[in-house]
Design a protein around this ligand. Sequence first.
Ligand code: NAD
Length: 281
Amino acid sequence: MTSSIHDRAVLHNGVQMPWVGLGVYKAEDGDEVIQSIKWAIDEGYRSIDTASLYENEAGVGQAIAESHVPREELFITTKVWNTDQGYGKTLEAFDASLKRLGLDYVDLYLVHWPVPGKYKETWKALEKIYHEGRAKAIGVSNFKQHHLEDLMADAEIKPMVNQVEYHPRLSQEDLLLYCKKQGIQLEAWRPLLKGEIFEEPTLVELADKYDKSVAQIILRWDLQNGVVTIPKSVTEHRIQENIDIFDFELTNEDMTRISALNQDKRNGADPDDPEFYKPFE
Ligand code: NAD
């Protein structure tokens, strides 16, 4: 049971990953992202999730450089964007990300989406980066089970993490079970559904029962399901609230009630939608 902010998920290569991280999608590069990360670190966050797509890696790097926490205590994730997929382009994109971040390694490098026909070559580049020690762990994002099976059929290294859309409207129980069996850590993006589920009566009732916010109830549900979570906020009190989830425990019955809110409903793109990949062909 995850009962302390210091607890870590242990990836299949032994690397330790914080259960809660700060997502910085749409946090503006410069003051906004820098200030958010500083607040987060002060509140005990040690993990930051960015991507080249978010165009704020420079600000993330500046916040890290200015932080009082040693680099080895931080867990920095970035991702290769769809237009950069393929072996050579991924290696170049990784170098560019490291440079913008001002780092000599990241903790986790992810394939952002399973771009058809490209993700296997992209993965070979990630394996090379891993062997060079420039990413302490490598993984994928938005991979369904069939993508994982296809990738692993040729891969030398099994992904350590799969970061997918995951919240009470899309609980992906089959994928979670499959990843657990494979030793692949599932990580939730858009865990709060951008706040669009905060009026849901069951969640409001549970928030009242535990004297917690709806956001905290959802994030605690992630942890008790064994899912790493990366809520985004640029507001100090919300950043604080989103990691204050280690002092209570949902009962099994309440966990089941939250899981029953599933509607298999995506907010973002379906990783199998060919239309989504057209701009990247
Ligand atoms: P989210 O579910 O984390 O929602 C963030 C929004 O919810 C905030 O902008 C704010 O409006 C609201 N919010 C946050 N905390 C709150 C609180 N305590 N009370 C009230 N409202 C609150 O959505 P997201 O940013 O899309 O997802 C989180 C992170 O996941 C991203 O920042 C990014 O790092 C990652 N992500 C990855 C992918 C991917 O394809 N791999 C896609 C989307 C997001």
